[in-house]
Design a binder for this molecule. Structure first.
Ligand code: NAD
Ligand code: DAU
Length: 352
C-alpha cells in the first residue's frame, strides 16, 4: 500500500507527510514542483527513509502523473498542491488558474484512467482526496451562521475562485465517472514550516527582525484558526471513513480577529524573547487593505465530528505557543526561506 501526495513540500503537505510517516509505515510518494512555496528542507528528516520517495514535477504534466500512478500503484491520491496565497492571486492570477484548475483537472483525468483499470477490490478501495479551503464559501457577516457543507459557493478572490472551480471538477468526476472522491474544506492553518508570507509566520519573523507588523484595513477581519497537525488528523479520518462524493468542513472552533492574533503573537514573543525596545506591539502598523478582503470566515465542523468522531486536539493557546517556539528554535530555516524569492515578494507587496 502506498499513497501519492501532491504539494508535499509545502506547508500543510509537508506537515501531513511527516505526520503520516510518524504514525504509519505506509509509504508516501510526494510529487511537488518546488515553486517558491515548496521547500525540500521541510522533508529533510525523511532523507534516506525508504518509506518516502520525492519526485520534482508539475501536476499539470499528465504523462508524469500517469507514470507515477502506474509505477507506484497508490491506493489513494491526496491532492494538496496549489497556489495558495490570496495576495499573490490578486497581483498574478494566471498561475492560480493553471495549477489549481488545470492541475486538478490533469490529476483527475490521470486518476480516472488509472482507477478504471484496477481490479475490483483495488478499485473499490481507491480514493482521490481533494484538499480545499473554506474560502470557496465567500464572506460572512458578524451574525451569520458558520459555513456548513451546504453553504452556496461565493468565492471572492482569484485564489478562492480557482479553488471553487477545482472543487466543482472533483464533484463532477465523481458524479459523471464514479471516481471515488473526497473533498475537505478547511479553515486557516498555522504551525511549523509555514511560509512567512502568511499572517502568523510573517508577524513572528518581522517582529524578531524589528520590522513593522502590517495589518490590512482595520484588523477586524475574522478567521477560524486550526493547528496544522489537526488538519492532518482530520484528513486521515476522512480518508479512512469519509463517505464517497461527500465534502467535510474542517475547523478549529476558534474565530479570532487579525488584531487579536497579532496581539497574541506579540505577547508570546514578549514572554519568550523579550526585546529591550519594549513590547513587540509597538511594531503594529496599519497598511492599505487587501482588495476584496473577505470579512469573516467561520466553520461549522459538526459533520466531521458526527460522522467520523474528529475534533481538534490543540487549542489556540497550545498551538500558537508551539508555533512561536518553533520559529524561535529554527532561525536558520527562516533565514534560508528569506534568502530566496520570498524576499522579492515582500519588497513588491509592502511598498507604497
Ligand atoms: P503552500 O503554498 O505552502 O504549498 C503548496 C505546495 O504546492 C508547494 O510545495 C508548491 O511547490 C506545490 N505546487 C504548487 N504548484 C504546483 C504544481 N503545478 N505542481 C506540483 N506542485 C505544485 O500551500 P499550503 O498552505 O500548504 O496549502 C496546501 C493546500 O491546502 C492547498 O490546496 C490550499 O488551497 C489548501 N488549504 C490551505 C489552507 C491554509 O491555511 N494554508 C487552509 C485550507 C486549505
Ligand atoms: O481560510 C483558508 C485560507 O487561509 C487558505 O485557503 C489560504 O491558502 C491561506 O493562505 C489562508 O488565506 P487568508 O487570506 O485568510 O490568509 P493570510 O495569512 O494571507 O491572511 C490572514 C488574514 O490576515 C487576512 O484577513 C489578511 C490579513 N493579513 C495578512 C497578511 C499577509 C494582514 O492583515 N496582514 C498581512 O501582512
Amino acid at each position: 500500500m502506498t499513497i501519492l501526495v501532491t504539494g508535499g513540500a509545502g506547508f500543510i503537505g509537508s506537515n501531513f507527510v511527516l505526520d503520516w510517516l510518524s504514525s504509519s509505515d505506509e509509504p508516501v510518494v510526494t510529487l511537488d514542483a518546488l515553486t517558491y512555496a515548496g521547500n525540500l528542507e521541510n522533508l529533510a528528516s525523511l532523507a534516506g527513509d525508504a518509506r518516502h520517495i520525492f519526485v520534482k514535477g508539475d501536476i499539470c504534466d499528465g504523462a508524469l502523473v500517469a507514470k507515477l500512478l502506474a509505477e507506484h500503484q497508490p491506493r489513494a491520491l491526496l491532492h494538496f498542491a496549489a497556489e495558495s496565497h490570496v495576495d499573490r492571486s490578486i497581483s498574478g492570477p494566471g498561475a492560480f488558474m493553471r495549477t489549481n484548475i488545470e492541475g486538478t483537472y490533469t490529476l483527475l483525468e490521470a486518476a480516472r484512467a488509472y482507477w478504471s483499470e484496477l481490479g475490483e477490490a483495488d478499485k473499490a478501495a481507491f480514493r482521490f482526496h481533494h484538499v480545499s479551503t473554506d474560502e470557496v464559501y465567500g464572506s460572512l457577516g458578524a451574525d451569520d451562521a458558520p459555513f456548513a457543507e451546504t453553504k452556496t459557493y461565493e468565492p471572492n478572490s482569484p485564489y478562492s475562485a480557482s479553488k471553487a472551480a477545482s472543487d466543482h471538477l472533483v464533484r463532477a468526476w465523481h458524479h459523471t465517472y464514479g471516481l471515488p472522491v473526497l473533498t475537505t474544506n478547511c479553515s486557516n492553518n498555522y504551525g511549523p514550516l509555514h511560509f512567512p508570507e502568511k499572517l502568523i509566520p510573517l508577524m513572528i519573523v518581522n517582529a524578531l527582525a524589528g520590522k513593522a507588523l502590517p495589518i490590512y484595513g482595520d484588523g477586524k477581519n475574522v478567521r477560524d484558526w486550526l493547528y496544522v497537525t489537526d488538519h492532518a488528523s482530520a484528513i486521515r479520518a476522512v480518508l479512512a471513513g469519509g463517505r464517497l462524493g461527500e465534502t467535510y468542513n474542517i475547523g478549529g472552533w476558534n474565530e479570532m480577529t487579525n488584531l487579536d492574533i497579532v496581539h497574541t503573537v506579540c505577547a508570546l514573543l514578549d514572554e519568550l524573547r523579550p526585546d529591550a525596545g519594549g513590547s513587540y506591539k509597538r511594531l503594529i502598523t496599519y497598511v492599505k487593505d487587501r482588495p476584496g478582503h473577505d470579512r469573516r470566515y467561520a466553520i461549522d465542523a459538526r459533520k466531521i465530528e458526527r460522522e467520523l468522531g474528529w475534533r481538534p486536539a490543540e487549542t489556540f493557546a497550545t498551538g500558537i505557543r508551539k508555533t512561536v517556539q518553533w520559529y524561535l528554535d529554527h532561525p536558520e530555516w527562516v533565514a534560508r526561506v528569506q534568502s530566496g524569492a520570498y524576499r522579492d515578494w515582500v519588497a513588491q507587496q509592502y511598498t507604497a
